[in-house]
Design a protein around this ligand. Structure first.
Ligand SMILES: Cc1ncc(COP(=O)(O)O)c(C=O)c1O
Length: 451
């Protein structure tokens, strides 16, 4: 039955059963108290709910739909693959054609020497795999005592137990302590937090000194990897790193024999106006983790991509193989969908488009900031933006977000951080509409809070 044919009774039953039979991911009981939102259809940057209401999704379906919803090019690729071979696992000595083609494609688009892929189902698994890769690499190189992982305060990496052990946000960790030992945390290094009068480069050098002190304090020969999001995500509102910081981290990791992992699960595939954020600084990690926009939201897929130098230790003979895997990692249809998604990004010039739209948003948000005293900061790059509110003790973020929803826009807020991270296909008219709606929403939220 089509959802458009559903009776009011059937819709009510769906809403009731959603609340009873499902535990949503990172549920919000506060929002659920107003009833579940059930979506039935998508097209371009828009989704439609059970009642046929249309919403512009300024969060690109949890940062996934880089090319928008229901692209026929992807649907056709999926259909064709489904009819040919829906699935064969990438297990032991078995591969499929789309999987090999995708690995080849990644070697082309990834920066530096990153060329060898380990495919998984999600960003979390990609990070778990990268951490395991680093550990096994050191074991293979005769340094099994390297088990610690440097992570950063304020960064999110995964929902799994290993992943939250290196996630620097207490909210994700608090019910699950004790976590996996060896997670040590460096300060976040956010350029907007640098003290007045200190240049970005000086601040970057200060952060690097702190990082080196931490490495020395922990004993470098016990450290396996450093995992970091070169541009932290929506949870912390896209804080840009200070000048020279990424290059300095690369130097320290090389100096102390630490594997550098960049988590670009959220920032990869054009969202920052380059294929990957680390390309803005010309710095390449030893392992890059990817997910979300990689597959464009069509079918789950993630990967930990490394260099031939690191992969070589897993190819030395029986017993040296990378000891990790899952049934569906690198699913055949997911690979076919992802190839079609990457093809769309290239053919439609979406990376350059994101860079251009980034300039537009920067200008428009700067003007918004001048207009509304409650806007405390605007940060971002490309199509990843955070508008940070400070209502001097009055919570405005949820009010803005709820108002936008009532007007037909999904706007993610993390407390007072408003996140604008739309699909890369967003047009200039749509961007203008988004900013105008936010402008009105902020005014409405202030009025509502005062009434
Ligand atoms: C930076 C970053 N890393 C990893 C993840 C985990 O990815 P997934 O939710 O696909 O497991 C996320 C998800 O939000 C993320 O933003």
């Amino acid at each position: 039955m089509k959802t458009t044919d559903l009776t009011d009774e059937q819709k009510a039953a769906l809403r009731r059963d959603a609340l009873f039979y499902v535990i949503p991911h990172f549920a919000s009981n506060e929002s659920l108290a107003h009833g579940p939102k059930i979506f039935v259809r998508g097209e371009g940057c828009y989704v439609y709910d059970l009642d046929g209401n249309k919403y512009f999704d300024s969060f690109a379906t949890l940062l996934t739909t880089v090319c928008g919803h229901t692209r026929p090019e992807v649907t056709e690729a999926v259909h064709e693959q489904m009819q040919t071979l829906e699935f064969f696992p990438n297990y032991g000595d078995a591969f499929t054609v789309p999987l090999v083609e995708l690995a080849r494609k990644l070697a082309q688009v990834m920066p530096g020497e990153l060329a060898v892929s380990f495919f998984v189902n999600s960003g979390s698994e990609a990070n778990e795999s990268a951490l395991k890769m680093a550990r096994q690499y050191h074991v293979a190189c005769g340094q099994p005592h390297r088990y610690k992982v440097i992570a950063r305060q304020g960064s999110y990496h995964a929902t799994t137990l290993g992943g939250i052990s290196v996630t620097g946000l207490p909210w994700f960790r608090e019910y699950f302590e004790p976590l996996i030992p060896g997670g040590i945390f460096a300060p976040p290094a956010r350029d907007h937090e640098r003290p007045a009068g200190v240049s970005s480069a000086e601040y970057g050098a200060q952060c690097l000194r702190q990082l080196e002190e931490l490495i020395r304090f922990e004993s470098p020969e016990t450290i396996s990897a450093m995992i970091m999001d070169p541009l932290p995500g929506s949870n912390s509102g896209y804080p840009l790193p200070p000048e020279g910081y990424l290059a300095g981290v690369r130097r320290l990791c090389d100096q102390y024999g630490i594997i550098l992992i960049f988590d670009e699960v959220q920032t990869g595939f054009g969202k920052t106006g380059k294929w990957f954020f680390c390309e803005h600084d010309g710095v390449t990690p030893d392992v890059m983790t990817i997910g979300k926009g990689f597959t464009g939201g069509f079918i789950p897929l993630g990967a930990a991509v490394t260099t031939a130098r690191i992969a070589e230790v897993f190819r030395r003979g029986p017993g040296t193989e990378f000891r990790s895997g899952s049934t569906y990692g690198g699913h055949t249809v997911a690979c076919a969908a992802t190839l079609a998604n990457l093809d769309l990004i290239e053919r439609e010039g979406l990376v350059a488009h994101a860079a251009e739209m980034g300039g537009y948003f920067q200008e428009r948000f700067a003007a918004l900031r001048r207009k509304h005293a409650v806007i405390n900061d605007v940060r971002g790059i490309g199509l990843l933006w955070a508008v940070v509110l400070d209502g001097k003790g009055v919570a405005l973020g949820s009010r803005v977000s709820d108002w936008c929803y009532r007007q037909g826009m999904i706007l993610r807020n993390n407390g007072e951080i408003l996140v604008i991270a739309p699909s890369l296909i967003i047009t200039r008219d749509e961007a203008e509409w988004v900013v105008e709606l936010m402008d009105r929403a902020i005014t409405a939220a202030i009025e509502e809070a005062a009434s």
